[in-house]
Ligand binder design. Structure first.
Ligand code: PLP
Length: 404
């Protein structure tokens, strides 16, 4: 069977296909067109692109083309793209790379309270191990960071600002263009985690003076463990991983040719379909917003009413535990996420929901539904019906003290 026909058949039989997958912020399925582009470098041409024989040169050419496509999709120059092993590596490389390269100039970094741990933890490491100070700027009840608050946090010894383009839990889109203008005026490097934004919002780095930007292929229908870091020419930055001279000495290690070709193909498809793809997920997501709060009393919508990713919906249901909700949804064939993590037996709300200032109880009852290109209207209708039934049942089971 041809590879594309095979993946379509496997997808059709997969439990992920027979269920309703509403967790596209966690990861997305690999598109058949992407697999097709990767296939020659997974099975046929296994040459190391650094070797000199013909297949190696072909692999090198594919890598070069992947870099050109990635750069074009972001409005960057090819030499500004460093291929990495995903979003976490890109964030770490950006933060530690800039901070450590500039530590003689200053040891202060600024970020927001709702960044992904791939940003917050490297910053904590800078503080705990390398004598840096950090200012964690709070967000408002919708998860928005204020440009003025970022401005007020800047100091003469600030060497890096890192603010995400869009949040992975609540979907809030930050004013990164205004922050970029501010940091540029102060001559401070600005890193943006665009891991969630890259699949959903246009990014044009020829227009916005961002200095470093992270993306990850598996969030936009590409392969897992593949990403890129944009580093604007002239940025003072040290590579995190050293060894061979790959990626112009900026990220050592034999290149994941198939992965990078796949990421570039996914970006290419995204560019081609940009206008229509977002409309579809927005329409489905808006249906959830229109139906769920009136249908389920005691529902709170988390995140910003307008400035949010087109595919993200995040709710809290009073008197319901997110974890129980997820289990019940799973049994009903619906895959989603909550904003709580189970730590030592107790459900600790995520740092993002805590930063919004919502009560512990409300945060514990949160549910993230993230829509994708393969979802249908019929699936949204089934989701609303199923969810309403489950919330009612769980509320019936909850101790009276936990009900609204
Ligand atoms: N940053 C954000 C905003 C994310 O949502 C994620 C993944 O969920 C990451 C970084 C980490 O990306 P990766 O899974 O590619 O390491």
């Amino acid at each position: 069977m041809r590879p594309v026909a095979r993946i379509r058949e496997e997808e059709r039989r997969s439990p992920l296909k027979t269920s309703i997958y509403l967790d596209h912020a966690a990861t997305t399925p690999l598109r058949a067109e992407v697999l097709q582009a990767m296939e020659p470098f997974l099975a046929g041409n296994y040459a190391n692109p650094s070797s000199i024989y013909r297949p190696a040169q072909e692999a090198r050419a594919a890598l070069d083309r992947a870099r050109d496509l990635t750069a074009a999709a972001l409005g960057a120059r090819s030499q500004e793209i460093v291929f990495t092993g995903g979003g976490t590596e890109s964030d770490n490389a950006a933060i530690k790379g800039v901070a450590l390269a500039s530590r003689d100039r200053g040891r202060h970094v600024v970020t927001s309270a709702i960044e992904h741990h791939a940003v917050l933890h490297p910053i904590e490491e800078l503080v705990e191990r390398f004598g840096f100070e950090s200012t964690i700027v709070p967000v408002d009840r919708c998860g928005l960071v204020s440009v003025e608050a970022i401005g007020a946090a800047l100091r003469d010894d600030t060497v890096l600002v890192s603010v995400m383009w869009a949040n992975n839990e609540i979907g809030t889109i930050q004013p990164v263009e205004a922050i970029a203008a501010l940091t540029k005026a102060r001559g401070i490097p600005f890193h943006v985690d665009a891991v969630q934004a890259a699949g959903a919002l246009p990014i044009d780095l020829s227009r916005v003076p961002i200095d470093l930007l992270s993306i990850s292929a598996h969030k936009f229908y590409g392969p897992k463990g593949v990403g890129a870091l944009f580093v604007r020419g002239g940025t003072l930055w040290w590579p995190l991983i050293t060894g061979g001279g790959q990626e112009r000495n900026r990220r050592a290690g034999t290149e994941n040719v198939a992965g990078m070709v796949g990421m570039a193909r996914a970006l290419e498809l995204l560019m081609e379909e940009r206008h229509t793809a977002y409309d579809h997920v927005r329409t489905l997501r808006d249906y959830l917003f229109a139906q769920i709060p009136p249908r389920i009393p005691g529902t709170r919508v988390n995140g910003h009413p307008e400035s949010r990713l087109p595919n993200n919906a995040n709710f809290s249901f009073e008197g319901v535990h997110g974890e129980s909700l997820l289990v019940a949804l799973d049994v009903a064939g619906i895959m989603a996420s909550s904003g709580s993590a189970c730590t030592s037996g107790s459900l600790e709300p995520s740092h993002v929901l805590q930063a919004l200032g919502v009560s512990h109880a409300v945060a514990q009852g949160s549910l993230r539904l993230t829509v994708g290109r393969d979802n249908t209207q019929e699936q949204m209708e089934r989701t609303v019906e199923t969810l309403a039934g489950i919330v009612e049942r769980l509320r019936g089971l909850a101790p009276v003290s936990e009900r609204a």
